[in-house]
Write a protein that binds this ligand. Structure first.
Ligand SMILES: *[C@@H]1O[C@H](CO)[C@@H](O)[C@H](O)[C@H]1NC(C)=O
Length: 124
């Protein structure tokens, strides 16, 4: 029984690997945008400060990136207007996200912001 489970796990892992490889070879999309959020350790206006790096592993730069980011408008840390603009819970990135050059900015929030990609267009 344990053996069967191990084999199933291996097959699933292999399938997963194959699909990732496939996606990278063909084209990139919304799912190729990732968010790396860390606390900076500072507290601003009683809210912890975070730094977020919006990254892509895609070989094409991603433009027109829009991200759901409800709560970010309440940041006590002023957002970098050259990088991001918040419009009704939607973050509009002012710069493309390219491999090796993520869009990085700071914000503060009481509850964690749930970043989810709404739009991203590979620019190849
Ligand atoms: C974010 O905040 C940290 C600590 O306050 C600061 O060192 C860093 O330069 C800031 N990063 C950006 C991208 O503004």
């Amino acid at each position: 029984m344990a053996k069967a489970a191990a084999v199933l796990f291996l097959v699933a892992a292999l399938l997963c690997l194959m699909r990732t490889g496939d996606a990278q070879r063909r084209f990139c999309g919304k799912s190729d945008i990732t968010f790396l959020v860390r606390k900076t350790g500072k507290v601003v206006g009683s809210q912890p400060e975070y730094v977020v790096a919006i990254e892509t592993s895609c070989s094409c730069p991603m433009k027109d990136v829009r991200v759901w980011c409800g709560g970010l408008e309440d940041s006590a840390v002023p957002l970098d207007a050259g990088k991001v603009e918040v419009d009704e819970g939607m973050c509009v990135l002012k710069q493309p996200v390219a491999r090796g050059s993520p869009v990085v900015f700071n914000y503060s929030c009481e509850v964690p912001v749930n970043f989810r990609v709404f739009n991203a267009a590979p620019d190849c």
